[in-house]
Design a protein around this ligand. Structure first.
Ligand code: SAH
Ligand code: SF4
Length: 351
């Protein structure tokens, strides 16, 4: 099937497209700020104050001119409602309250001293994947760029450490909140702000085809993970309802184009559920589906959630599944169950 290139034309990085725009200095990319201040000199000064000196209040920014232009943009961080540390002490889940009392979750991980933050992009999620705790709570609202950035500012401050990796795998579907997510990535990778390498940022999507098409047109790219979980439309749609709108044929076409144009592999996420998607046939179907696509498969044993009765695939079945993928020369890994005891594992994020 050929891709209709036009369907990405309405997906814009313009922030006016995002609802719930809440004023914050953290909303501004460098270019937005330079435009707002009509000065790259002052934009540099403001970025240096907030991201290097880490001032916590606009009044602490020393500026001879143009101060009035930023005076109404606060540097508010969310309020910590609770912190839960995993038994091995390497994962901490933060429940954070936003200005409108809505709750989101961010997760700090410091295995191997490479600090990683898993950020949320929405309050809830509209995609309704049946096994996912966030999907089970439904959609509430998008986060602004500033609310995404503030999660990382806050966790770096509390953990007294610098973030090296950012994964967009918290609450929400990042590509459903396209403009805020892309602007947050700009700030994360900006050398005047967090200076995080693009290869240390991973965006995980349920497979929104027009938005992936739109990503192909971005000059720079981060790592892309696509959540599959089923290798036929019938199997996938029963777990991931949005598959009815963007069927596997179209999803695979856009993934194939992405790997070719970007010269990058795609990580495919496969939540392993006993007797749902862990059979030998499933593994063959998956391998055939990925033909011609540079892929790496992450197998994630299901984390049980209240709203779904499935159980994780057994170790022996996962081993068998991997052997088949190996025979097709498809690289694959099992995502370790880090942080499960604090319910910070994938898909357990629910406020
Ligand atoms: N919305 C995006 C990113 C957030 S979810 C997406 O779906 O990709 C991050 C990953 O966790 C996805 O691969 C998702 O399928 C997986 N996941 C969700 N619920 C899970 C669960 N209960 N057990 C294991 N993985 C889960
Ligand atoms: Fe949303 Fe991702 Fe959960 Fe699906 S798995 S409901 S897309 S957060």
């Amino acid at each position: 099937m050929s891709i209709n290139k036009n369907y990405s034309k309405n997906i814009s990085r313009n922030l006016a497209m995002t609802p719930n725009k809440i004023k914050s200095l953290y909303n501004f990319t460098f270019d937005d700020l330079a435009q707002h201040l009509q000065s790259t000199f002052y934009a540099r000064l403001v970025f240096q104050s907030i991201y290097q000196q880490k001032v916590e209040c606009v009044s602490q920014i020393t500026m001879k001119n143009k101060k009035s232009l930023i005076a109404n943009y606060p540097l508010d961080l969310p309020e910590v409602k609770s912190v839960i540390t995993s038994e091995d002490k390497h994962t901490r889940k933060y429940i954070l309250q936003l200005h409108d009392k809505k709750l989101i979750e961010s997760v700090w991980m410091d295995y191997d001293e490479r600090c990683t933050v898993c950020v949320s992009t929405q309050v809830g999620c509209a995609m309704g994947c049946v096994f996912c705790a966030t999907g089970q709570m439904g959609f509430n609202r998008h986060l602004t760029t500033g609310e995404i950035i503030a999660q990382i500012m806050l966790l770096e401050k509390l953990e007294k450490n610098k973030v090296r990796n950012v994964v967009f795998m918290g609450m929400g579907e990042p590509l459903h909140n396209f403009a805020s997510t892309m602007n947050a990535i700009d700030i994360l990778t900006d050398f005047r702000a967090f200076a995080i390498a693009r290869r240390h940022i991973t965006l995980s999507t349920v497979g929104l085809v027009p938005q992936i098409q739109r990503l192909i047109d971005e000059p720079q790219s981060v790592n892309l993970a696509v959540s599959l979980h089923g290798a036929t439309n019938k199997a996938r749609n029963s777990l991931v309802p949005i598959g009815k709108k963007w069927p596997l044929e179209e999803l695979m076409d856009v993934c194939r184009e992405y790997t070719k144009r970007k010269k990058k592999r795609i990580f495919f996420e496969w939540t392993v559920i006993a007797n749902e998607n862990d059979s030998i046939d499933d593994a063959h179907d998956l391998a055939k589906l990925l033909e011609g696509i540079r892929a790496h498969i992450n197998l994630i044993p299901l984390n049980t959630t209240k709203g779904y009765s499935g159980i994780p695939g057994a170790e022996v079945r996962i081993k068998q599944f991997r052997e088949i993928l190996n025979n097709y020369n498809i690289p694959n890994t099992i995502r370790q169950k880090k942080g499960i005891d604090v319910a910070a594992g994938c898909g357990q994020l629910k406020t």
